[in-house]
Design a protein around this ligand. Structure first.
Ligand code: ZN
Ligand code: ZN
Length: 172
């Protein structure tokens, strides 16, 4: 019986994760594990993170809610899809929180580093892929055994493109 509270605490930790911006004015909550995790190397993700790529766990709107603040929104026309996406960030501290999409209106893509515990979800070959390798920074190391794509996973019509899986770590 002693281990029972430990089990429920571990399950509770996975079901309820919070994150937010640097100053704490904007806070959000997720209540389920990510559907999948996209690591995107496109120029938009480079510019919006100010870094090499974005790690983007994807959630349904049902499992994501804003619990404090009103993030500012920037609308961007995606070159890949020709549709809009919206970047939600704190207008005070500039902390990036999440993306929403005209093309995929049932999902939210969270900036992984904005979680209070950014390591709470796993990134595995089963749940993740690397996309937009065509725009990745030179010298980026891509892990083996994971689906990769030169651009998006599907074309503009939603037709899946073939994946490339490397046997060994690949230096771009
Ligand atoms: Zn803030
Ligand atoms: Zn991207």
């Amino acid at each position: 019986m002693l281990c029972y509270p430990l089990v429920t605490r571990a399950e509770g930790a996975m079901e309820h994760q919070e994150g937010g911006c640097l100053c704490g004015q904007c806070r959000y909550l997720v209540t389920a594990p990510p559907l999948r995790v996209t690591t995107c190397h496109c120029r938009f993700c480079q510019q919006t993170t100010g870094s090499g790529y974005m790690i983007e766990p994807i959630f349904t709107h049902d499992s994501f809610s804003l619990i404090r603040g009103t993030p500012k929104t920037w609308s961007q026309l995606s070159e890949g899809s020709g549709k809009h996406l919206w970047l939600h960030f704190c207008s005070d501290c500039g902390g990036r929180l999440y993306l929403t999409f005209e093309r995929f209106d049932q999902i939210v893509g969270v900036f992984a580093g904005s979680f209070d515990q950014p390591d709470w979800f796993d990134i595995t070959p089963e749940n993740s892929k690397h996309i937009y390798l065509s725009e990745a920074r030179r010298g980026t190391i891509i892990p083996p055994q994971i689906e990769t794509y030169a651009r998006h996973v599907t074309d503009r019509e939603g037709i899946p493109r073939p994946a490339t899986i490397f046997d060994q770590p690949r230096r771009l």
